[in-house]
Design a protein around this ligand. Sequence first.
Ligand SMILES: Nc1ncnc2c1ncn2[C@@H]1O[C@H](COP(=O)(O)OP(=O)(O)O)[C@@H](O)[C@H]1O
Ligand SMILES: [Mg+2]
Length: 245
Amino acid sequence: MLRVEGICKSFDRFNALCGADLHVDSGKIVAVIGPNGAGKSTMFKVITGHWKPDGGRVLFRGEPISSLSPHQICRKGISMAFQIVNIFNRMTVFENVQAAVLSHRRQAGKIFRSASKMAVGQTMEILESVGLRERAGCIAGTLSYGDQKVLEMAIALSTRPKLLILDEPTAGMSPEETAVCTGLIRRLTAENGLTVLFCEHNIELVLSLSDEIMVMQGGKTIIQDIPEAVRQSPAVREAYLGGAP
Ligand SMILES: Nc1ncnc2c1ncn2[C@@H]1O[C@H](COP(=O)(O)OP(=O)(O)O)[C@@H](O)[C@H]1O
Ligand SMILES: [Mg+2]
């Protein structure tokens, strides 16, 4: 579904990415791990078109996409939830998702008369799928931190993506919230056929949730393999997990 080949990205003279590779097969959950500053978020922003790479290419379903705008890439079926919660605090949960659904549809060239009654079915369907149906009428800013992150995931789902990218989905979550979020990612891939690419510092979560793990350091890919192989890899132990087993 997604293939990242040797992408490079510099900020001034600093090389944030220098030849990172990644592949994501359809229906899989793939994690990216690596120390702070490894280039994970930058790579996600290159994939979603927020940064243009200086070199290398990104293929989505066989088609090169790195010259497209974020909006065009979103329309192809890639959606991202950011590391920092990014919702409208004063709007309800329902309105947050509805606004996202409508804005995506409007970009498809449709015209609406009464926005408040539009897309109610699809909005409720999305809220149901992430477990926020009962909170639909709540003001978004009053939700718990975990629920706000889930709401952001719901907003990312409003474009009906094929590939969902999550930048540190459980950062700042309590263990209970983390468990809910993990269950949600599993369910979305199993039931909705979604493909998920995420980065995360919680290694236990990564090892239990992912079909494959890509390890990066210094803007480069060290390895991509199944969790057990990554766990055993001497290169990973040395570079990232910190020495002997
Ligand atoms: N907009 C930017 N301008 C300058 N440097 C940046 C910018 N974004 C990221 N960087 C640098 O690129 C490196 C990789 O950052 P990032 O992709 O955020 O790492 P990660 O997500 O793995 O922690 C870091 O050293 C960071 O300081
Ligand atoms: Mg980051």
